[in-house]
Each structure stands twice: as C-alpha cells, then as structure tokens.
Design a protein around this ligand. Structure first.
Ligand SMILES: Nc1ncnc2c1ncn2[C@@H]1O[C@H](COP(=O)(O)OP(=O)(O)O)[C@@H](O)[C@H]1O
Ligand SMILES: [Mg+2]
Length: 230
C-alpha cells in the first residue's frame, strides 16, 4: 500500500491562471493606485490579500515598478530600512529617490545590512536553506547543487555555459548528468533559491545571494575557469 502525505500549502500566493475572480476588488485597487492613493488592505489571514497584490503587480508591471517588501519579520527601524532598500536597490532611479526620502538614515544602511543581515542574526535565519538541501538531496548531488549555487552567488548568475561545464565536472554513477542537473534545478527553483533570468538562473533573494557568497566564495573558482587552470 502506498501512503501519501498531505502537505500544508503554507503561504502559497496565487496569480495568473490560478487566481480566481476578485475583478471588482482589483479594479478599485488599480483605480485608487492610479489616483496616487496610499492603500491599506485589511482582512483576516488567508483571505487573499497577498495574492491580490501580486496579481495586481503582475497586471501593472508594464506601467509601474512593483516591489514586494515584507516587513513582518522586521524588529526595528533599521531592519525595515534594510528590507526596503533591498527591494529598491536594483532600480537605480527609485534608489536615488528613496535615499533622498530617508536622508542620512540611508547612509547607515550598508553597514546595518552587513552587520545584521549577513552576520549572526541573518545566519540563523538563512542556514536552514543549506540544511534543507542536505535533507532532500543525496551527498553527491548535494555537493553538485552547492557548487552551482555558489557559482550563481559569486558570478551573479548560472549561465548556460556554466551549466554545461558543471555537467562535465560532475559524473554521478549510473545516472545521466543531464537528468541529475535537471532534478537539482527543479529543487533549486521550487524551493525558492533560484529563478530563471534572461541570461541564466539567478538568486531570487539578494539577501540569500549575499549571504551565500559571503559563506562560500573563498577559494571559489568559477566553473568555466577550472579546466584552464588544471
Ligand atoms: N483569487 C484567488 N483565487 C484562488 N485562490 C486564492 C485567491 N486568493 C487567495 N487564494 C487562496 O488562498 C490562500 C491564501 O491567500 P493569501 O493571498 O496568502 O492570503 P493572505 O495574504 O490574506 O493571508 C492562497 O494560498 C490561495 O490558495
Ligand atoms: Mg499575506
């Protein structure tokens, strides 16, 4: 007899084809947004607030820069500033605007970020990412996946060429390297480490990327340079 275990669908935000109805609410939400209003969406948990915002963001992505900053876990003002700045950082024009708004508080962001988020506190929150891979992948495949993640963290992306180079480097007995790599990428995508970017896979979270880089970059040689050095 086979047993199937029900998995909790924790925190799964729905958009696109999985998003159902809410047309009237979205119309109103977008209308207010276009008027420049600040909006507060209040409802009990699991009523669909985050999904509604994500769906609106999707539909408006050509008109607005839609960013998602979750301040729930922030314990202090610097935490909140760090979280906001993480989201805004990659949008140069917005970043300039935010720096003006926060004034000299923003000068401290970089050091707060380095000390808090990449330091001991961030470490406690992030180390489970690494442990999770050790749980779901066997030893050999886990080493393969850690190496690919470090490549993405250190060089900024996991390119098609890098993927080919990794397939040459890792031979898993009795299995096709292509299949092994596909399985790993599936885990890395579905567990929220990497997403497909324009030129390969990139980290979903800048925080996780910086933490990963800090932790693993020493002595790391990008995969495509390894052959040349041997
Ligand atoms: N418009 C929708 N269509 C289909 N399912 C939805 C919709 N909105 C929410 N859900 C379901 O409800 C769950 C909770 O939604 P979520 O947006 O996380 O709620 P909240 O942010 O209010 O806690 C989602 O995982 C999804 O399964
Ligand atoms: Mg929510």
């Amino acid at each position: 007899m086979t047993h199937r275990r029900l998995k909790m669908g924790r925190g799964k935000v729905v958009t696109g084809a999985s998003f159902w109805n809410r047309e009237a609410e979205m119309r109103l939400f977008i209308e207010r947004l276009d008027e420049g209003a600040h909006q507060l969406l209040v409802a009990q948990r699991r009523m669909g607030k985050t999904s509604l915002m994500a769906e609106v963001a999707n539909r408006l992505k050509d008109r607005y820069v839609c960013l998602f900053a979750d301040l729930q876990k922030c314990c202090s003002e610097p935490d909140a500033v760090v979280e906001l700045s993480l989201q805004v950082h990659s949008h140069a024009s917005l970043w300039e605007k935010v720096k003006r708004v926060f004034g000299n508080v923003m000068d401290k962001v970089e050091s707060v970020y380095r000390q808090n988020m990449l330091g001991v506190r961030g470490h406690l929150e992030l180390v489970h990412y690494e442990e999770r891979l050790e749980q779901v992948l066997d030893r050999e495949t886990c080493a393969f996946s850690l190496d690919m993640l470090t490549e993405a963290a250190v060089t900024g992306r996991l390119s098609g060429e890098a993927l080919i180079a990794f397939r040459k480097e890792y031979t898993v007995e009795g299995r096709d390297a292509n299949d092994v790599q596909k399985d790993i990428l599936w885990v890395l995508e579905h567990d929220g480490y990497l997403k497909k970017g324009r030129d390969g896979y990139v980290f979903v979270s800048k925080l996780l990327r910086d933490w990963w880089k800090n932790r693993h970059e020493h002595f790391y040689a990008p995969v495509r340079e390894r052959g040349e050095r041997r």
